[in-house]
Design a protein around this ligand. Structure first.
Ligand SMILES: Cc1cc2nc3c(=O)[nH]c(=O)nc-3n(C[C@H](O)[C@H](O)[C@H](O)COP(=O)(O)OP(=O)(O)OC[C@H]3O[C@@H](n4cnc5c(N)ncnc54)[C@H](O)[C@@H]3O)c2cc1C
Length: 233
């Protein structure tokens, strides 16, 4: 409702959520004035340059203004969109009917924090040893967003961690010492799917791929049918 009545939108943060959001809004409501702000000088600088360059070109072609190398200095909220203005490092002020702060999420670690010996990383995630163990308890493991093991906070990370964890738990149940088992090795560079609405986008699947693959793998229905099936809905 807030979004459909907004004429101008500023998205602060060009990670996966911010970039996808800009693309989705531009595809669904092309008349809006959309600005995407990133403190980095390119989109997705941790990936080969082609990925960020192509995403930038596609977003700009869809009418999104991209502001790179600028931080927003006055975000009013970090957990919800609001009407207001964004002051950038270079002094520019961009006003918008809706400002989306998407500069990263922090996992809810409250339960894990109750374990004795747990340490929290600056990111808010829980530090683990090489076997995804966060505490002094040798048979307690964690996975997913809360685990600070070198993976991003993504389902792609979990899809690597869970099979390892299942295998490790099975071996532990057979009586093998955890330290004798193969440690978890995080993604070196995780695959990433970045649809910009239902038709276009780019992904990095060990090489940069474009619209067709991104659309087939995610953009077309954003995994909704897959999850409906998985949850029997
Ligand atoms: C807007 C958005 C879009 C995203 N899109 C993508 C994407 O396209 N691809 C991708 O790979 N990743 C994406 N992600 C990231 C992905 O959603 C997360 O990495 C993933 O959900 C993390 O899974 P998790 O199980 O670690 O945590 P969660 O999915 O957050 O699950 C944790 C669960 O634990 C429960 N919980 C917490 N504390 C307690 C407690 N004390 N007792 C009981 N239960 C508790 C919570 O209620 C929750 O159900 C996206 C994230 C966001 C926010």
């Amino acid at each position: 409702m807030q979004l459909s009545s907004a004429k101008s939108v500023v998205i602060v943060g060009a990670g996966t959520v911010g970039t996808e959001l800009a693309g989705e809004i531009a595809a669904a409501q092309p008349d809006k004035d959309i600005t995407l702000v990133s403190s980095d000088n390119t989109l997705f600088p941790m990936y080969p340059a082609k990925l960020g360059a192509q995403l930038k070109r596609k977003l700009e072609r869809a009418g999104v203004n991209i502001v790179l190398g600028q931080r927003a200095e006055n975000l009013l909220h970090l957990d919800r969109p609001y009407a207001g203005s964004v002051k950038l490092t270079d002094g520019r002020v961009i006003s918008a009917d809706l400002v989306f702060p998407v500069i990263g999420s922090r996992p809810n670690t409250a339960l894990a924090q109750t374990l004795s010996g747990v340490a929290t990383a600056p990111s808010g995630r829980i530090q683990t040893d090489k076997w995804l163990r966060p505490s002094k308890y040798p048979n307690v493991f964690i996975a997913g967003d809360i685990a600070d093991i070198g993976d991003g906070m993504t389902i792609v990370a979990i899809s690597r961690q869970n099979p390892w964890l299942i295998k490790t738990l099975k071996q532990a149940l057979k009586g093998q010492a955890i330290e004798d088992l193969k440690p978890y090795v995080p993604w070196k560079k995780a695959p990433i799917l970045l649809p910009l609405g239902p038709k276009i986008g780019n992904s990095w699947l060990f090489a940069t791929v474009g619209d067709w693959v991104t659309r087939q793998m995610k953009g077309k229905d954003l995994f909704i049918s897959k999850y409906r099936k998985a949850f029997g809905r």
